[in-house]
Write a protein that binds this ligand. Structure first.
Ligand SMILES: [Zn+2]
Ligand SMILES: [Zn+2]
Length: 214
């Protein structure tokens, strides 16, 4: 499985743009293309996708973590390029204009084979739990429900192996001690602390960063 950060507060790959927000593309041979979140600004999202040679039409499913502008802001521009995607939103999120097929998520649900939503946690946000040979990869937008709650919910699908995404003010660092890979990006406030505590797990983010997980 290949996860490409298409939108982040920092840049990893030259030529890409950074901006406050988050988006990543999840690809695996046997799986539909999934875009998780869309950043704040559709022009920046499409610019970064273009530089990464990601064709918007190669995406089948869009999952929106939560309704905050820095995750949903790029959706309309993306839908102008590809309106045929299924859009999974947490139940509290306003109906996205232009989306033809919208699935509102309250409870945990299998989005496609081996890809699960944690369901809308704390009435605000859903995260993804993706099954691979190396157990579960968790992808989070801002982690407003709390990293511990997200990992607990993801655990119903298997043992969490990796955590990628925005962790906001998360500082209960013990909670991630059993993970093998952590890529804290976007709004994560304590990146240096996480890096120094867990250098062996730490992968830095930035737009253009590619993470491959078996
Ligand atoms: Zn947020
Ligand atoms: Zn955010």
């Amino acid at each position: 499985m290949k996860i490409t950060l298409t939108y982040d507060n920092e840049v990893h790959t030259k030529g890409l743009k950074s901006d406050w927000g988050f988006s990543c593309l999840i690809e695996r041979e046997d799986m539909p293309g999934i875009l998780f979140d869309t950043g704040a600004n559709g022009s920046i999202l499409l610019h970064n996708m273009d530089k990464l040679t990601i064709d918007p039409l190669s995406i089948d499913i869009v999952v929106i973590s939560h309704a905050h502008w820095d995750h949903i802001g790029g959706l309309s521009r993306f839908l102008e390029k590809n309106s045929e995607v299924k859009v999974y939103i947490p139940a509290s999120c306003p109906q996205p204009l232009l989306a033809k097929e919208v699935i509102r998520v309250t409870d945990p649900v299998e989005i496609c084979t081996g890809v699960f939503s944690t369901g809308e946690l704390k009435g605000i946000e859903q995260s993804l739990a993706i099954k691979t040979e190396k157990d579960i990869t968790v992808i989070a937008g801002c982690s407003h429900p709390g990293v511990e709650n997200i990992l607990n919910s993801a655990s119903q699908f298997g043992k969490p192996y990796a955590l990628i995404g925005g962790l906001h003010g998360f500082n209960q660092f013990d909670v991630i001690k059993d993970l093998d890979l952590v890529c804290p990006c976007h709004c994560t406030q304590y990146k240096p602390e996480i890096r120094s505590l867990y250098p062996e797990k730490y992968v830095s983010g930035g737009a253009g960063r590619i993470i491959e997980i078996e």
